[in-house]
Every structure is written in structure tokens, then in C-alpha cells.
Write a protein of this length. Structure first.
Length: 681
């Protein structure tokens, strides 16, 4: 069956029940809220009801309150006349009867049916079900509760349709992919580092290629290379994230532009200490490009189909409290504080809906296998996205290859800045003193400091500057080079609140734990084995250390044995997540490049940054060399608005800062699409 037919057929047949009556599925109806139930309840005409019955393989009846039992009797009569088996089902939505209060609270949502007609939706034993339908007589009750239920249960095939084995991974597998990747990487390494390859590069390349062959990732890397070539996506036009930032092979394949040799990054952060882990790919790129890549993945060599990963939407504390309040108002109740806290505990984390989409994960089905051998599909919440996996992402992540394509508007802005200015990445030096100065003051922008400025840096409008934490840490640690910028970003993205970590106050930047490498390097200096240090740093960095009692005890034993001070131990125990150094290099490059464009190409930068905002007209007037800005400002009626959200506050400060910059000489140049742009010189 073709990929397009699989999805299209599912939609059409679901609407017409075309997969029932001896075809792919057994279709039942008559349960509370179903079309047949509602038709009987509303006493619709015989023709309409008979048509609904004709679609079904069996009819369901469920425990109803006394005043609604006539509906069940009518449904049983329809089954007898049509010679369709009738089965009794409990419509179980909770295990115990006492848990029904949560069901009633949830029923206040529009998505969930009200259980007002049912005699409870809790789990019932066979005896309880027989008692529930005793009003039909002992013989009929046994028929629908036991006999017909077993009959229907035995009809489907016993063999499961899902074709995976527990613990196995199923990845795209293209013939001779490993040989092709090896040849390409060796030739590219020669171009980049020169031939013959140094011992360091040669040894590392062989190690990575060996691991990639074992983990079967070569096909995906080759496929992504081809997709990037098709869409003309250059390495500097994306932001590589996660473990792949440390990989030499990923760099040589043009998936990101972080050179691990230049930055001294170790391959074990990509593949594990002994090459036991898959690298995986996480790429941030513009939303439109993400959709283009998703389309091309459907045709990628070795791939049968690409599927957006689904996740289960769950209730949070705020939504749970709102539902409880609605429940109390609806039924005129007032729960005690103890009851409220108990309900809150029960509701938080409850699955609210299916069809939610993972923000970045794409699952790749291998070419030699069928989609439905792994998962059913579920309609996506966003209609334009069609379907998502019916099984949750976390249940499929370790079975299928998961490609993370992260939509980001800031990387989209950076792409436009490169294209509109014609700047090449090699033109942006990482030792540019003017750019470095922007991390400490606004003098490079031509703005004199008067000692009262709230912002002590010149990065307003860049992505990282949207964080107050970033400004706070920059005030304490003024970077002296690009590596310091990487370390500072490690503190910014550190999941422990830096300002609350008293153990970290007053430390030099090089003494802080800014990356996973910082942890392993410290532990190695204290005499702990390299392999153990690496694993501890990975467990801590991924947030998987302190909730595991055994790991915690091992660490505390090592800390005592190797004289790790209590303040250091406490700092490590507060860490919930930490990036590998390669990811920090990628973040720093994006931040540095944004600062470059802001400094040297102010008009292009501000036009992109303020696009479709209230400040767009302000930018037009400020950079219009034929217009008197002061006169325009007096007559325009432009009004500054009080920003509410943090992002808007940063945008407003960036606009005010723009007006403080000294006028720059400009010239007009011709760039892409024959458009004119004024570039600052």
C-alpha cells in the first residue's frame, strides 16, 4: 500500500465505517454518547436507527441509572432483530468508585462526556456486572455479560500487528551507506585538515565511523546531507544542538559548523565513553524549512515514512485547580482543604487528550517495514499537520530513529541576515574585540555610559539578551574571549537558579560548572577514573543522578574517598541539567553572529528584529537619510507602550537603545532578489 493511500484511506473509511463488517476491524456502537445511543435516546425514526445498526458488528450496553435503562432494553431489542450480538461493557474510566469525583471534575471540560446518565464508570467485576443487568433476567444478563463478550473477544486475530521486539532498534538501512559515508568523510577531512591526516584527526574519525556503523546511523546522515543540499541549507544557517555538536562526522557532513577539533571537544559526549550510544541529531531551523524537510523525509532513501511524534497532553496544577472550582460551582459544593489537596494530587499528570504534538521529534519508519507495524495514527491537534503517532513519543523514542527538528524564529532571522548582507561565516572573527566589548558595555555601539544604565551590555535584540539572568551574569563575569562567552551561556542555561546558589557566589568563571566537561574534568583532577568521571558528569548533566538512590550513594562514597569539599558536592547536587560544551559552542556562535550584525549592519539587523512590530515605522524613519527624524517623531504621534511581557520589555529597550546610537554612514548595495538595503559601514 502506498504511503499516501494509507493515510487518506484511514480518513475516508473511518468516516463511513468502511473497515467494519468482516474487514479490518470489528465495529461496536451503542455506548453512552455514541450515534446509535443518541438516536435511540432521542427516539429517532426506524430508518435512521436501522442504518446506524447496519454498520455495526456488535452493540454495546452499559450500566445506566434506573430512569435510563429503557435505552438498554431498546438496544438489546435492536440486536435481537438484526441478529447482532449485544455485549455489556462497563465504560470504565477509573478503578475504584471513590475515584469518580475526579471523573466528574474532568467531565466539566468540553472534550469529555458528562457521565450523568451512567450508574458509575468505575471498574466492575463479572459478578458486579451481572448484578447491574439483573433487571433483564438471569439468562439475558449472562448472555450479554459473559457469553457474547467472550464471543467478540475471540474473533480478532491473536497475533499482534506490531512487529517490534522489545529492546530492538529499527533504523533506516541503505545499502553500502557505511562505505559511502566513510569515503565522503575521509575526503572531506583531507580538504579541511590537510593530508595526511594528523594522528588525532585520523584516530577520532575512525572511532566515530566505527560507532556509526554499529549504531546504523549512516543512512540518516547521508539522507540529511542530501536534503540540506536540495534546500541549499549551509552549515552556518542552522543551529546544531545536543550530543551531535561534539561529533567530527556531523561537522564533516555539513550538519552544523562546530569544528570539534578547533574547540577541543571530545567525541565521547556524542557516542559514550566506549562508543555505546547513538549520536542522534537535534537541529534548530526556521519553521518553514522544518516543514520542507519533513516533506523530503517522506522520500528519503531508506525511509518508508516520516511521522510527527505524538505526546499525551496532561493536566497541570493551574488547570486542575480551575476544573475543581468549576466542579464546586456546578454542583453547589464546597470541598474541604484536605479534599482539594487530595483531588489536586490525583488530577495533576492525568492524561487530558491525545493528538498533541512533540515540538521537535520526527519518527522515521524504515523502508522495509510498514507504518502500522509500529503504531496507530491519531489526528493532530493542528489540522494542517494531519496525523501524529498514536503511541506517545517516549514509548517509541528508543525503538525508531528520532530526528529532532526544532523550529526557531531567531535562527530564521540569522539566515535572513546572512542572505541580505552577503556576509560569509568566515568573515566573522571570534577574536573581534569590538564584538567582545558588546558583552561588557555599549561603547562599541557609540553609546556613552553614564553609570545609571540598567543594561550594562550592548546585546539587546539578540536572543540571549531576552533573559534577565543573562544580564545579571554578564555583570559579574565580563568575558575576555569567545571561550568565556561559552562558559557564561552555560550558566545562563543552567537549570539551577544561579542567583539562589550561594555556594557558587564569588567563584571565578573557570571555577564554575558551566558544562558537563567541567564536571568530568574536576572529578578527574580529584583522582576519579576517567570513565567513572564521564558517566557521573552525564548522569548529573542529564538530570538523572539525584533521583536514583544507588547512584547517589556511589557518588557520596567517591566524594568522601577523594576529598571533594561539601560546598562542591552541594553545587553538583543542585544541578538538574547541564549542556555539553559542544552545545555551548553552538549557542555562543549564534549569539556572537547576531552581535556582529547588530554592530556592523545595524539597519538590516533592526529591520529584521522589529519586523511586524509597533517599532517598524520607527526603524523606517530612523534609517531614512532623506527624512528629518526629529521632525517626523514630533508629527507622527508615535507612542511608547507599557510592555507587559518580558520579551516586549526587551524589545522596547532595544528600540530606545537604537535611537541612542550615533548616526552611521550608509551606502546602498544590491543583494538578493534585487532588493536595496542600507548597510552600516
Amino acid at each position: 500500500m502506498k504511503k499516501e493511500q494509507e493515510v487518506k484511506g484511514y480518513v475516508e473509511d473511518e468516516q463511513t465505517f468502511g473497515w467494519g463488517k468482516g474487514k479490518a476491524f470489528l465495529i461496536g456502537g451503542g455506548f453512552v454518547g455514541s450515534a446509535l445511543y443518541e438516536a435511540v435516546r432521542a427516539k429517532k425514526g426506524k430508518e435512521e436507527i436501522d442504518k446506524l445498526v447496519s454498520w455495526l458488528d456488535y452493540i454495546e450496553v452499559q450500566p445506566l441509572k434506573v430512569e435510563f435503562r429503557w435505552i438498554n432494553e431498546k438496544l438489546i431489542e435492536l440486536g435481537e432483530k438484526s441478529r447482532i450480538p449485544v455485549v455489556a461493557t462497563s465504560n470504565c474510566r477509573c478503578i475504584q468508585r471513590k475515584d469518580e469525583i475526579q471523573l466528574k471534575i474532568l467531565a466539566g471540560q468540553e472534550e469529555l462526556p458528562d457521565s450523568g446518565e451512567m450508574a458509575g464508570a468505575y471498574f466492575r467485576s463479572t459478578k458486579e456486572m451481572l448484578d447491574e443487568f439483573s433487571y433483564l433476567g438471569e439468562e439475558k444478563a449472562k448472555e450479554i455479560v459473559v457469553t457474547n463478550t467472550l464471543k467478540i473477544a475471540k474473533q480478532p486475530e491473536i497475533n499482534t500487528m506490531f512487529s517490534w521486539n522489545y529492546g530492538d532498534h529499527y533504523l533506516p538501512n541503505v545499502k553500502e551507506a557505511n562505505q559511502r559515508l566513510k569515503k565522503y568523510c575521509e575526503e572531506k577531512a583531507g580538504e579541511v585538515y590537510g593530508m595526511p591526516l594528523s594522528e588525532q584527526v585520523d584516530k577520532r574519525l575512525k572511532f566515530e565511523l566505527t560507532v556509526i556503523e554499529r549504531t546504523n546511523e549512516a543512512s540518516v546522515l547521508l539522507g540529511m546531507m542530501k536534503i540540506f543540499e536540495t534546500l541549499d541549507i549551509k552549515p552556518y544557517m542552522i543551529e546544531l544542538k545536543g550530543r551531535a555538536t561534539n561529533s567530527l562526522v556531523a561537522y564533516l557532513c555539513g550538519i552544523g559548523d562546530i569544528d570539534p577539533i578547533q574547540y577541543g571537544l571530545l567525541s565521547n559526549r556524542s557516542f559514550g565513553m566506549d562508543g555505546e550510544e547513538k549520536m542522534g541529531l537535534e537541529v534548530s531551523l526556521p519553521p518553514e524549512q522544518r516543514e520542507e524537510i519533513f516533506g523530503l523525509l517522506q522520500k528519503m532513501e531508506g525511509v518508508h515514512m516520516a511521522v510527527r511524534a505524538g505526546i499525551y497532553g496532561t493536566l497541570g496544577e493551574e488547570k486542575s485547580r480551575e476544573l475543581m472550582k468549576n466542579y464546586e460551582q456546578k454542583y453547589g459544593l464546597e470541598m474541604s482543604e484536605t479534599e482539594r489537596e487530595q483531588c489536586l494530587y490525583e488530577l495533576c499528570g492525568v492524561m487530558e487528550r491525545r493528538g498533541a504534538e512533540h515540538p521537535s521529534a520526527i519518527l522515521l519508519i524504515p523502508e522495509d517495514r510498514e507504518l502500522y507495524g509500529y503504531m496507530p495514527l491519531c489526528r493532530a491537534e493542528k489540522k494542517e499537520h494531519g496525523f501524529v503517532s498514536g503511541f506517545e513519543y517516549f514509548a517509541l523514542n528508543n525503538r525508531l530513529y528520532t530526528l529532532h527538528l526544532i523550529p526557531g524564529w531567531r535562527i530564521e532571522m540569522l539566515q535572513k541576515l546572512f542572505r541580505k548582507t552577503g556576509v560569509k561565516p568566515e568573515d566573522i572573527c571570534e577574536d573581534d574585540e569590538k564584538i567582545l566589548a558588546m558583552f561588557s558595555s555599549r561603547k562599541a555601539l557609540g553609546i556613552a555610559e553614564d553609570g545609571t544604565d540598567y543594561i550594562k551590555h550592548g546585546l539587546l535584540g539578540t536572543r540571549e539578551a531576552n533573559s534577565e539572568r543573562f544580564s545579571q551574569i554578564l555583570t559579574e563575569y565580563r568575558p575576555k574571549n569567545f571561550r568565556d562567552v561559552m562558559q557564561i551561556l552555560g550558566l545562563v542555561y543552567h537549570t539551577v537558579e544561579y542567583e539562589d546558589d550561594t555556594n557558587a557566589k564569588g567563584l571565578l568563571l573557570e571555577e564554575q560548572f558551566c558544562s558537563r566537561e567541567d564536571i568530568s574534568n574536576y572529578l578527574e583532577k580529584k583522582g576519579i577514573d576517567e570513565s567513572i568521571s564521564y558517566r557521573i558528569s552525564e548522569y548529573i548533566g542529564r538530570g538523572k543522578m539525584w533521583n536514583r538512590l544507588t547512584l547517589r550513594k556511589v557518588f557520596e562514597m567517591l566524594a568522601r574517598k577523594h576529598d571533594i569539599p561539601d560546598d562542591v558536592k552541594n553545587r553538583l547536587m543542585q544541578i538538574k541539567y547541564l549542556f555539553p560544551r559542544g552545545a555551548l559552542a553552538s549557542l555562543a556562535k549564534v549569539c556572537w553572529r547576531e552581535a556582529y550584525f547588530k554592530l556592523y549592519y545595524p539597519e538590516v539587523f533592526y529591520r529584521e528584529y522589529f519586523k511586524d512590530s509597533i517599532y517598524e515605522e520607527l526603524v523606517d524613519a530612523w534609517f531614512d537619510k532623506d527624512r528629518d527624524f526629529k521632525e517626523w517623531y514630533r508629527n507622527s504621534g508615535f507612542q511608547w507602550r507599557e510592555p507587559v511581557e518580558e520579551g516586549e520589555k526587551q524589545r522596547e529597550m532595544a528600540a530606545r537603545e537604537m535611537l541612542q546610537r550615533k548616526p552611521v554612514k550608509v551606502k546602498t548595495v544590491m543583494v538578493n532578489d534585487d532588493q536595496n538595503f542600507c548597510l552600516g559601514l
